[in-house]
Design a protein around this ligand. Structure first.
Ligand code: SF4
Length: 414
């Protein structure tokens, strides 16, 4: 068997082409349990034997996968990805088994896999009701999204604080998670208000880093409140930099708050929390590549790191018949992610044990950029900062009393 070539390129190729499942693989039972509101519906695999282990949620269900040259098969005890264009090319892969806590129930009787799921090495939890954009007539949901066909079906809509805490405690004990990511669609009472009680409970009763990804608000003081409750990271899904594509593919977001609200909120928390703490999330492969590159430059210029999802025409989404993005374009995009982080000295990959399987992590793109002294200096700085920041992360991952009120933000209002 041939060893891996450039792992970053292979990762991107898998996101773009997907992978067919050979009958010998027998991994179907791992698929449905990993379905997550509006996000990946594929198979989580781990590749990488050189610099790092890469967690990748590989598309396996979508129509375009039928044309993929890659096929997952099992040979003896090993999983192997064969390239059907060349019988000599084969890649080893690890398929993580489902954690046993998925089958446990919370004290209210909820199956924990319907409360939260692993997405790479962290725990992802959708909080709140089905996104409002799915419920209005006519529907204004984002065209690439499948949240409305998942929440309430593959995962429970109503999640009590105790359900989330108990699930996170099990995930921490068994899966060793360090990060809980709370995401939500548009909520009647406000996204930050929806997430607030969960943030406080996780900080006080679980002890983990907490990320929040909800729709943005013009009331910037509310971010002060969430930071006091313990949020370590905000992500802002503005999806498209080109305003026309934003309006076309995200009609609900365009009508309710527009791109500017994302930009102001992202700039605000970045200034308040510091460089590299927050992220701007975009989708690559639908708007022109130049716009995606401009988005990446804007995000790092604002002091955040870009999380770039390679567009996946998910089954059930309005865009399910769209083609998957071109590999060459996605390589250019991911190269720019690393270059822009380097140019703006964004300290990426510092937090312990956070590998996101739905995206190419910014530091995953290192191999796409040729050697230079600048790159060497950036990598040396990153390694040093990772070492120095470790005690800080350890202290942030301890349970602690939070004095801010999770239901009454009035004292922050200005
Ligand atoms: S805001 Fe858009 S992407 Fe987010 S859940 Fe609603 S429809 Fe889906």
């Amino acid at each position: 068997m041939k060893p891996f070539r450039n792992e970053a390129e292979f990762e991107i190729e898998l996101f773009c082409c997907g992978m067919r499942l050979d009958p010998s693989a027998q991994v179907e039972s791992l698929l449905s349990a990993r379905t997550r509101a509006g996000l990946g519906s594929g198979l989580d695999i781990i590749i990488g034997r050189r610099r790092k282990r890469r967690h990748i949620n590989v598309p396996v269900k979508e129509k375009f996968v039928g044309d993929s040259p890659y096929r997952l098969l099992k040979i003896g005890h090993d999983f192997v990805i064969a390239d059907d264009r060349d019988p000599h090319v084969r890649f080893f892969a690890e398929i993580p088994s489902l954690p046993s806590w998925y089958q446990k129930k919370t004290s209210s009787g909820k199956l924990m896999s319907r409360v939260g799921v692993m997405q790479g090495t962290y725990l992802g939890i959708y909080v709140g009701d089905i996104c409002k954009f799915w419920k209005v007539t006519p529907k204004t949901a984002c065209k690439f999204c499948t949240t409305g066909v998942n929440v309430g079906i593959n995962e429970d809509t109503e999640k009590k604080i105790d359900d989330v805490v108990e699930t996170a405690l099990e995930a921490k004990a068994e899966s060793g998670i360090t990060f809980v990511h709370l995401n939500s669609g548009e909520q009647e009472g406000g996204g930050l208000e929806t997430a607030a009680p969960y943030v406080k409970a996780i900080k006080e009763r679980v002890g983990a880093l907490v990320g929040v990804q909800v729709t943005p608000t013009k009331d910037l003081w509310k971010y002060d409140w969430l930071i006091d409750l313990g949020v370590d990271h905000f992500s802002f899904c503005y999806e498209f930099h080109n305003p026309e594509y934003f309006a076309k593919y995200c009609p609900g977001k365009a009508e309710a708050f527009g791109q500017e609200t994302f930009f102001r909120a992202m700039e605000y928390v970045s200034k308040k929390m510091g460089k590299g703490r927050n992220s701007g999330e975009i989708i690559a492969g639908l708007e022109p590549v130049e716009d995606t590159l401009a988005a990446i430059d804007y995000i790092t210029g604002a002091g955040c790191f870009p999380t770039v999802c390679i567009f996946r025409p998910l089954v059930g989404a309005e865009l399910e018949d769209n083609p998957s993005p071109r590999y060459d374009d996605m390589v250019a995009v991911m190269r720019r992610v690393y270059e822009s982080c380097m140019r703006d000295s964004i300290p990426v990959g510092l937090a312990p044990n956070i590998e996101v399987s739905l995206i190419v992590n910014p530091d995953d793109a290192l191999e796409l950029v040729p050697f230079s002294f600048r790159k060497m200096r950036y990598e040396t700085n990153r390694k040093m900062m990772k070492l120095l920041a470790y005690p800080l992360f350890v202290s942030k991952m301890r349970k602690r009393k939070v004095s801010a009120d999770a239901y009454d933000p009035s004292k922050y209002k200005r």
